[in-house]
Design a protein around this ligand. Structure first.
Ligand SMILES: NC(=O)c1ccc[n+]([C@@H]2O[C@H](COP(=O)([O-])OP(=O)(O)OC[C@H]3O[C@@H](n4cnc5c(N)ncnc54)[C@H](O)[C@@H]3O)[C@@H](O)[C@H]2O)c1
Length: 252
């Protein structure tokens, strides 16, 4: 049975898009949700609405992670799952990417995911195991020209995930680690990209399902269902997997 009831779960980047959808679905399924984001106003508002806890965090900061884990340990006494979801998507290719764009992308995605996994594992060990979900992208599998740094960072998340999964299995920690690779999903990040790259205002397209059919763009709950499953014990044999959710847009 797919249940996340009473599981203590951290979702980063939960004030928007995929992270928000994860937090909403997990809270609706009776998980104990800790939402984090750099955007405190929106994050706090959503947390109050769904009965979650909000913690302001920049995922690229190591000290922020130890503060977060200390809070979770003292308030909830355990940690069952971490969704490393926070991200940015700078539109720049190999010829135009600046040093600042490169470093910000690596700091958010790679440092953020690394600190998240390293910080969460000790508390998950104390809790008897856990599930880590790292949000990668189909960009990790094909390398998108307009997203040079993003593709590189998401590729790093893919291999970091596998390394962590095998380590945790070898050490018999009871901790699983999987990556999800969404194609285009209707979130503010993608609305911005579609506007910049194709001149289309998706926010003016009220019918999400039509957007999916016409433009191949999925909806946040398509990812949240998988996150919920990967956190549940029903997925206990899934470890080190790269799960593509793109309706065959990227078949490699
Ligand atoms: N939407 C898609 O089509 C898609 C596809 C593949 C992968 N992804 C990945 O999914 C994740 C979520 O993307 P989204 O589409 O929901 O984007 P989004 O822009 O809607 O939301 C991202 C959230 O992350 C937060 N954030 C950014 N930098 C942060 C930091 N340093 N510390 C803490 N929070 C930070 C933002 O404030 C925002 O709330 C990202 O990792 C993204 O790369 C999205």
């Amino acid at each position: 049975m797919i249940s996340v009831k009473d599981k203590v779960v951290i979702v980063t980047g939960a004030a928007s898009g995929l992270g928000e959808a994860d937090a909403r679905m997990l809270a609706a399924e009776s998980a104990i949700v800790i939402m984090t984001d750099i955007n405190a106003d929106t994050g706090q508002r959503i947390a109050e609405e769904i009965g979650a806890t909000f913690f302001q965090q920049d995922v690229s900061s190591e000290s922020g992670w130890s503060d977060l884990i200390n809070l979770v340990r003292s308030q909830f006494g355990r940690l069952d799952a971490l969704v490393n979801n926070a991200g940015i998507a700078v539109i720049a290719n190999i010829e135009t990417t600046t040093a600042d764009q490169w470093r910000r992308t690596m700091a958010t995605h790679l440092d953020g995911t690394f600190w998240g996994c390293q910080s969460a594992i000790p508390l998950m060990k104390e809790s008897g195991g856990g599930s880590i979900i790292n949000m990668s992208s189909t960009a990790a599998l094909v390398g998108i020209p307009a997203y040079l740094a993003y593709s590189a960072a998401k590729g790093g998340i893919l291999s970091m995930t596998k390394s962590i999964a095998v380590h945790c299995k070898q050490q018999k920690l009871g901790i699983r680690c999987n990556s999800i690779h969404p194609g285009s999903i209707s979130t503010p990040m993608v609305h911005e990209a579609v506007k910049t790259l194709a001149g289309i205002d998706m926010t003016a397209m009220p019918d999400v399902e039509q957007g999916r059919k016409d433009m191949g763009i999925g909806e946040p709950d398509d990812i949240a269902h998988m996150v919920t499953y990967l956190i549940s014990d029903a997925s206990k044999h899934i470890n080190g997997a790269q799960i593509v959710i793109d309706n065959a847009d990227t078949v490699v």
